[in-house]
Design a protein around this ligand. Structure first.
Ligand SMILES: Nc1ncnc2c1ncn2[C@@H]1O[C@H](COP(=O)(O)OP(=O)(O)O)[C@@H](O)[C@H]1O
Ligand SMILES: [Mg+2]
Length: 342
């Protein structure tokens, strides 16, 4: 089952249509770059996944138990704890294992009985395995690297978060979400407040991250380094392009070219059909004009006149609609008579 699935989703706010019959699936390990013009609906898609926006029609489904981490340029941590304490608390399970291992070390140093030593060594082996599974041996180094690369100096690290500026609280939120290790990361413009070193650290962090991610970003270089497919929100629909941003640019040009060719082709077809219609109209007009002039001629030919009156049979004998050859006035009895089959 997909981690996240949008099925035939439409969203409309009071004045703005955002999505119409949109489909999307996020699979394990997917790295999706979500792009589109400002106001096209990128943030709304993340909020649909978070359950903060409800679709008007269609469904949004998350795999049961999936852990989602969300960071936006407006995310900020708060509270009286320091950032070091907050990040340290994320690793409670690892810290418990660490504490038990320390107590086993101490007990072994006390020269226990053989049976007790066996028990301690057995338990120690179990805990080592658990640490491996939790990837817990270097969590302190991971915290330190995250804080250092995001620019936290010693003063920032020991300061209550509430006393940090908005920008630092935003970075603190990013550090916390990444170190929580969610199954799915939703990042909305994560590089906006990062310097070059911060962006590089984030890129490197993604190389080790095993989860899936949807990243909204205008940072082409960052997208190139991190994502494996691009979804573009355009005209209320989601268009998918495999590969990173560079590959998207090429595919998009190709798609536009194809659309343009399709448009030209369709325009040609329409023009062709329109010509056909106009030809038929002209033909119909010409035919009725012809008919009109022929009728006029016939009427004229039948118009009462001295010679017609004197020789009605000869006029009646001119059955053809074609005016009599060589005759200017077909009403004249001589001309009429000349083409009479009788
Ligand atoms: N809660 C809301 N109420 C009304 N309109 C909203 C709401 N949230 C977003 N919009 C509108 O929906 C459109 C898409 O917004 P958004 O998803 O934030 O776009 P993006 O993230 O691509 O810039 C915009 O026109 C925005 O004004
Ligand atoms: Mg947005």
């Amino acid at each position: 089952m997909s981690l996240i699935r949008l099925q035939d989703v439409s969203v409309r706010f009071e004045t703005a249509q955002v999505l119409r019959e949109a489909f999307f699936r996020l699979e394990p390990g997917d790295r999706v770059g979500l792009i589109g013009k400002n106001g096209s609906g990128k943030t709304s898609i993340l909020k649909l996944i978070l359950g903060q926006v409800t679709p008007d029609t269609g469904t949004v489904t998350l795999e049961p138990g999936v852990k989602v981490g969300y960071f936006s340029q407006f995310s900020e941590l708060d509270g009286q704890a320091t950032i070091s304490e907050v990040l340290d608390d994320l690793f409670v399970e690892i810290k418990a294992v660490e504490a038990e291992l320390a107590s086993i070390d101490a007990a072994i140093a006390e020269t226990p009985s053989d049976a007790e030593l066996d028990r301690l060594i057995h338990r120690q082996a179990e805990l080592f395995e658990q640490m491996d599974r939790l990837d817990g041996w270097d969590y302190k180094r991971r915290i330190d690297t995250a804080l250092t690369t995001l620019g936290f100096n010693e003063a920032h690290r020991v300061c209550p978060i509430d006393e940090l500026s908005g920008g630092w609280r935003n970075r603190a939120a990013l550090a916390k979400i990444l170190l929580e290790g969610p199954d799915v990361l939703l990042l909305d413009e994560p590089t906006n407040y990062l310097d070059v070193a911060g962006v590089e650290w984030l890129e490197a962090w993604f190389r080790d991250f095993r989860g899936a991610a949807i990243i909204v970003s205008h940072d082409r270089r960052f997208l190139d380094a991190v994502v494996s497919r691009i979804i573009e929100v355009e005209n209320f629909h989601l268009h998918e392009y495999p590969g990173n941003f560079g590959e998207y640019v090429v595919q998009k040009q190709f798609r536009l070219k194809t659309l343009e060719q399709q448009f030209v082709h369709e325009s040609e077809l329409l023009a062709f059909e329109a010509e056909g219609i106009s030809d038929r109209r002209e033909a119909a007009k010409a035919a009725s004009k012809n008919l009109g002039s022929q009728l006029a001629k016939i009427k004229k030919a039948r118009a009462p006149g001295p010679s017609t009156r004197s020789s009605p049979r000869s006029t009646a004998g001119c059955t053809s609609r074609i005016p009599c050859a060589g005759s200017k006035a077909s009403a004249r009895p001589t001309a009429t008579r000349s083409c009479s089959p009788t």
